[in-house]
Design a protein around this ligand. Structure first.
Ligand SMILES: Nc1ncnc2c1ncn2[C@@H]1O[C@H](COP(=O)(O)OP(=O)(O)OP(=O)(O)O)[C@@H](O)[C@H]1O
Ligand SMILES: [Mg+2]
Length: 446
């Protein structure tokens, strides 16, 4: 530098500007490499498209490092595996550094946190330039693979719910631990088998969906009276597939855009549920209920999720992002829903959850008391033809209420309830005949 500063005033400007400048630029990389042979790769928490990218690489690196750092790092952070769980996951604390070995090469991981309202966390991977190929071609895929496997082994099923935070909807979750499975669900065995086969075909259908050019998603409409097992069926489906559940409470979603964003922010291998769709929003009207136009304050206040918004949310191009999602609507009043909403292709499988039949009763009796036959079964069979009772009600009667309750007393309680219902049905008929005006009354009325 000393020599350069001495010589510089005597060199012609053109030579300085073009020749030496060009030379310096050409060799800058070599010069930097010579002086500093360390390369850095940064993996940010929100890399890969901000909110919607979900920082998949970051999550995998974090999982990978949590295994490495548990024994090596001195400053650690502890997080619960999931809210409500008791197990902890350790990760590197901010500004902590650990070294890792891979096929003879040493790399260093730094955990970096840039301040601000929302801290930007990232990992910085530092390695020697001579290992560039090894790191990019082999080490990073190794980290990703291992990280994914660790995440899978730690995975707990989650139940996401949309919450409103400063006028914005976002997802928050709890660990999902519902005991309902297809083994505890009382329904026609053939129907149950068909649903399980359908779910299997969906889960294994990645290539099939790609081949026929359809987004990898499937819609289920569960309909039937209250207490027939619609919510239990959703839990059973989630447990069977080991998927997460995203439960959308439509009444707290204010705009179509918000709804769309919620759908986009769901991850693959999940069931998106809208319960009681007929009550949650007015989805019975025309598609373009809220045509675009200048908004008044009243318009903005009244804006809600519309039918077209819902259709876009279900079918929108988002469904191409990752795929493998099941959408489930439940309703007590299928006839109230707009046909566009539940047409095949949108709600591919319509499942009626109906009142308890004898088969379903036998299933519940076996589940609750371990009995496959009983002298009261015949009477119950006959009564089930006369009275409608939900599986929820049957289950309630079959459940022992005190230590003295056994199969006999529970079945007797059920028989009593069924007989009363049957009698009620009969009475209702007689009442309606009594109410029917007699001939002379009709004359009088005229
Ligand atoms: N088919 C069934 N098999 C076994 N148990 C059932 C069945 N249906 C209902 N139950 C029992 O009744 C309870 C209520 O059922 P569930 O919440 O699934 O009904 P639902 O159809 O979702 O009702 P709603 O329309 O009111 O939401 C369950 O916790 C379960 O114990
Ligand atoms: Mg329900």
């Amino acid at each position: 530098m000393f020599v350069w500063s001495m010589v510089r005033p005597f060199l012609p400007r053109t030579l300085l500007k073009y020749y030496i400048g060009h030379l310096m630029r050409r060799h800058a990389r070599w010069l930097v490499g010579f002086l500093d042979p360390w390369l850095t790769i940064t993996i940010g928490e929100h890399d890969g498209g901000g909110r919607m990218g979900f920082g998949v690489v970051y999550d995998r690196a974090k999982a990978y490092l949590s295994n490495q750092c548990a024994s090596r790092a001195r400053s650690l952070r502890a997080e619960l595996v999931a809210r409500g769980a008791d197990r902890f996951v350790l990760s590197m604390d901010h500004n902590e550094e650990i070294a890792d070995e891979f096929r003879g090469a040493t790399v260093w991981w730094h955990s970096v946190s840039a301040g601000g309202a929302v801290p930007q966390r990232s990992y910085r991977l530092v390695f020697h330039e001579r290992h560039r190929e090894l790191i990019v071609e082999s080490y990073l895929p190794h980290v990703s693979r291992e990280g994914r496997a660790i995440m899978a082994s730690r995975r707990r099923q989650k139940l996401f719910m949309n919450t409103v935070d400063r006028h914005n909807s976002s997802w928050s979750y709890v660990v999902f631990e519902h005991p309902s499975t297809f083994d505890t669900l009382a329904m026609d065995p053939a129907k149950k088998r068909a649903i399980m086969d359908d779910l299997d075909a969906f889960r294994n259908g990645r290539d099939y969906y790609a081949r026929i050019g359809k987004a990898w998603k499937r819609g289920y409409l569960l309909y039937g009276p209250p207490g027939t097992g619609k919510s239990s069926m959703i839990a059973a489906m989630a447990n069977y597939l080991d998927y997460d559940i995203y439960n959308i409470e439509l009444t707290s979603v204010t705009t179509n855009i918000e709804l769309q964003r919620l759908f986009v922010e769901t991850k693959a291998k999940s069931i998106i549920v809208v319960e009681d769709i007929d009550c949650s929003a007015d989805l019975t009207g025309k598609r373009d209920k809220n045509p675009p136009g200048p908004d008044t304050n009243e318009d903005v206040a009244a804006r809600k999720v519309t039918l077209s918004g819902m259709l876009n949310a279900i079918d929108g191009l988002w469904s191409a992002c990752g795929g493998e999602r099941i959408i489930v609507f439940t309703t007590n009043h299928v006839e109230k829903l707009d046909p566009a909403l539940i047409r095949r292709g949108r709600m591919d499988k319509h499942i009626e959850m109906s009142y308890c039949c004898f088969e379903a009763f036998r299933f519940l009796a076996k589940n609750y008391h371990g009995i496959e036959a009983h002298p009261l079964f015949d009477e119950i069979k006959a009564l089930l033809h006369e009275a409608e009772i939900t599986p929820a009600d049957v289950a309630e009667h079959l459940m022992p209420k005190c230590a003295a309750d056994d199969a006999e007393s529970c079945l007797t309680s059920l028989v009593k309830a069924l007989a009363e219902k049957a009698k009620g049905n009969g009475t209702a008929k007689i009442n309606s005949m009594d109410d029917f005006p007699k001939d002379d009354e009709i004359v009088l009325d005229k």
